[in-house]
Design a protein around this ligand. Structure first.
Ligand code: ADP
Ligand code: MG
Length: 611
């Protein structure tokens, strides 16, 4: 129920849709039922012995009851029967039937339209919320989630949810209303027959409840399976080279196919249940109709004084046969609602995931960087895996500080903490003397440029990839940035120059070219602080030199924190910080550290900092 109301909140403003929906539905139901009820006078006219025997009846007195309207109809019906004869009456009844059918269908169409509006509106809101929340989530969240599962939640589950909201409006309002109106008329025609037929409603209700009970669990499981499939697909596509190289296609195929089989098995079982609900209730309905035929037919044949004419009996059966339709609709929508709720839970999990890194209410925007970044006794753990232990160091404005240490010592982690991708467990990270947590995250990040080890490019043109961080950048600015990044040369040699598409994740470029585009991007945004995390480690010697030149250009007149695996890059740094197992164990210039003959000395002798 909680899930449901939460989903409903995305339908806001509900009143805008619910009110017209309810009004038009009431009208559609009334005229629809009227149509059937008109069968009674119709049959009456056709089979009545003689119109000459009809006498005038008095005009009914006004009262707000069903009988009043029925009497008015009878009055005019009577008048016409007297003045126009049998065929005239028939024409009169037919005109009324046609107009009421027209009205009922018109209102049904309008109510359906309102419903569709509501559905589309809800789904739009839901999708916006999900995507926005995903984008706001902290980086740490994505370490623990499958990308494919998130994709399937946004793409497929949201789609399933949409019918929940609209279907429930139908189930709680339209169909019950239709049933109630039918039963009122049925009671009017014959109370005893109706009491008898009422038995069928709870019986079929119970049966259907039993059938759909397990549906929600199965629906949820099948949605999870679907998420897995998308994950496997995503991994298979991005790793296709490695998969082929390791002859792992069979393994990958099996993994996907197993999931697919499981998904199909669940779908099959769910569909069987779903499909069972409606024929069952329909069959029960027919059984009741047969019972009524026996019971009521008997009443008429025995000429009992039941007050039931043949015409009324035919009308009764006609209306009753329609009772199964809303009952059937209710049972069908129940299965939809269960699936929708299961999907809704998954989507809401995403929406309700707390954004851990939020600006404090009184957070201020950071002023332009002007003195130093300071790590003060910083300790940090990924969940419960301690990674940094009491780390302290300072980066003065204009300095280049290098982080050095064996693999896994926490270098990347320090880089991620500086723009506050994660919050630390204890200690302080101070930006010009102010704790990061007291500043607006955006205002810090806009002053920090990052060139990561793996270049991140989007499937777009070279121009747009460079201009990514600075919307509205001019062609001249982009070219200037590309020149500083040593990228201009190769860009103009591509097929369409700056308009060349780089392919998925930049697949059409070499590693060094990709990296230089990333550097150009950082140059263009021109941040005062740069973080370079092994920006050259994935490159061959030649492109490394080009990229290194680009990086040197980038670091000019900036404050930089660099992680590098080459002595050449590190030795010119103003300060070198040596990390081991999450602790700072040495600190100083290249010369100072070499004299110490500590870990730095050892790493230098190995010619590579990566152990
Ligand atoms: P470095 O960049 O120095 O090689 P990292 O900062 O990447 O090291 O990692 C430091 C330690 O933290 C490693 O032992 C690694 O296993 C762990 N680690 C890194 N990222 C995560 C993560 N997202 N979740 C849990 N542990 C992590
Ligand atoms: Mg690293």
């Amino acid at each position: 129920m909680k899930t449901y109301f939460k989903l409903l909140s995305f339908a806001k403003p509900l009143g805008k849709f619910a009110v017209p929906y309810i009004l038009t539905t009431i009208l559609a139901v009334i005229f629809g039922t009227l149509n059937l009820a008109l069968l009674i006078p119709l049959t009456d006219t056709l089979f009545k012995a003689d119109t000459n025997a009809i006498h005038s009846i008095p005009f009914p007195e006004f009262s707000l009851t069903l009988d009043y309207f029925k009497n008015i109809f009878s009055y005019y019906f009577n008048e016409i029967a007297i003045s126009q004869g049998k065929f005239g009456t028939l024409k009169f009844v037919c005109v009324i039937i046609v107009s009421s059918a027209l009205l009922s269908n018109l209102f049904r169409y309008i109510s359906q339209r309102v419903m569709e509006e509501l559905r589309i509106h809800t789904i739009e809101n839901l999708r916006i919320s999900v995507f926005n929340n995903i984008m706001n989530l902290n980086i740490g969240y994505f370490n623990n989630e499958r990308k494919g599962d998130i994709i399937s939640k946004v793409a497929s589950d949201v789609q399933v949810v949409q019918y929940t909201v609209t279907s429930t409006l139908q189930v709680i309002f339209k169909e019950p209303l239709q049933l109630v109106v039918y039963f009122i008329i049925l009671f009017k025609i014959s109370a005893s027959l109706t009491l008898f037929s009422l038995i069928v409603v709870p019986v079929s209700g119970l049966l259907i409840a039993r059938i759909v009970k397990r549906l929600r669990k199965q629906a949820r499981e099948s949605q999870e399976r679907f998420g897995n499939m998308i994950s496997f697909l995503d991994e298979a596509l991005s790793g296709i080279k490695i998969i082929k190289a390791f002859n792992a296609t069979e393994f990958v195929k099996n993994r996907f196919n197993n999931e697919n089989k499981e998904f199909s098995r669940l779908s099959r079982s769910m569909v069987r249940r779903q499909q069972l609900a409606s024929p069952l209730s329909e069959f029960l309905g027919i059984v009741t109709v047969a019972g009524i035929l026996l019971y009521g037919g008997n009443m008429i044949m025995n000429q009992q004084n039941s007050g039931l004419t043949a015409a009324e009996f035919i009308g009764y059966i006609a209306i009753f046969s329609q009772v199964t339709r809303p009952a059937k609709a209710i049972s069908e929508t129940f299965t939809q609602i269960h699936q929708g709720l299961a999907a809704g839970e998954r989507v809401l999990e995403l929406i309700d995931t707390p954004v851990l890194i939020v600006d404090k209410k009184n957070a201020t925007a950071a002023a332009p960087f002007n003195s130093k970044i300071e790590f003060k006794n910083v300790s940090f753990a990924y969940k419960d895996r301690p990674v940094l232990n009491n780390v302290s160091f300072t980066i003065e404005k204009g300095q280049t500080v290098a982080l050095v240490g064996p693999s896994g010592s926490g270098k990347t982690t320090i880089c991620d903490l500086t723009p506050r991708f994660y919050d630390i467990n204890s200690g302080n990270i101070l930006f010009d003397g102010i704790d990061l947590r007291d500043l607006k995250a955006d205002s810090i990040r806009s002053q920090i440029g990052i060139v990561p080890q793996e270049s991140v490019l989007f499937n777009d043109t070279i121009f747009n990839n460079i201009a990514f961080g600075k919307p509205g950048a001019t062609k001249e600015e982009v070219i200037a940035a590309a020149k500083i990044a040593n990228a201009h040369e190769f860009i103009i040699n591509t097929e369409n120059g700056y308009n060349t598409n780089v392919g998925d994740r930049g697949a059409k470029l070499s590693g060094g070219q990709r990296q230089r585009l990333c550097i150009a991007r950082a140059v263009l945004t021109n941040p005062p602080i740069m973080l370079l995390d092994e920006a050259t480690s994935a490159l061959d010697t030649e492109s490394e030199k080009l990229v290194q030149d680009a990086l040197n250009n980038l670091m000019k007149n900036r404050t930089s924190l660099i992680i590098a695996h080459r002595l050449s890059t590190v030795k010119n740094a103003d300060k070198i910080i040596v990390l081991d197992q999450g602790r700072v164990i040495e600190e100083g210039s290249n010369a100072e550290l070499l004299v110490k003959e500590g870990l730095y000395h050892k790493l230098i002798n190995m010619q590579s900092f990566e152990v």
